[in-house]
Design a protein. Sequence first.
Length: 293
Amino acid sequence: MRCYRTILRLSLITVFCLLFATLSHAQQAANPLVPPVPHAKTIHLKHVLVIGETKGFEHDSVPDAMAAIFNMGQESGLWDTTLRTDTELLTKKDLGNRNAKNLNYFDAIVFTSTTGELDMDDSQKADMMSFIKEDGKGFVGIHAALDTNYKWPEYGEMIGGWFDQHPWMTFNAPIINEDPNFPAVRHFPHEFVKYDEIYQPKEWSRDKVNVLLSLDPSRLDYNNNPRIHRTDHDFAVAWSKMYGKGRVFYSTLGHTEEAWSDPDIRKMYFEAVKWVLGMTDGSTVSHPSPTQP
């Protein structure tokens, strides 16, 4: 009797669904202003390459950052992630019949606190730049990605600058949200504090990037601090930019292991990856500092 009732219930549900679909189509035909029943969209899975190679200082947070990007892709279903602590895949050359992917397979690269001069020959460097500049693929730089490849001028041009000390080490950084419409920082209030290590960028200019987050210069201690080299006291915390056809996002946030347990930081990088993959829109237009005269 229980089996018969179950079959009957399923049959009634099927009839109801067919009846609802028929009525919906009839209603749309009678009234063209009624929107059609939406169909599920097929999501094209993107491919993200995460590089965690360090040739200089090694941040304890590198594994946390790599795992976070991997988990974001898994949980959202938006991308799969290849994690590497070497640079072998940063090439467009055929890597042979051993199931190794090259840059032609990927849609974005993420550098998770890479440091020093990475193990890349000239052809790899050219391939990586064309991946972004000509192919229109994405790049996300996390924290020490700015402390990387000083001997490679085009890398600094692509990411937006290089590391030049962290004047206050790890501290409660007073931050201003300069572009609340940008998807990666939309969740932050206008002013907030994060305990992190903020890099001072050199060979960096507001004219070449869209500053998203910056330190509030009115709340910083400048007394007897030899690490401070910027006389304009303009310290960007995150920015967006174009490099040719490709989208580039960088933020100094993410120095500590604890940062990767912070929902705000995780959301920022989740939205940053989505943005460089072209899934959302956000400005790359430069603007003057809101705190400078």
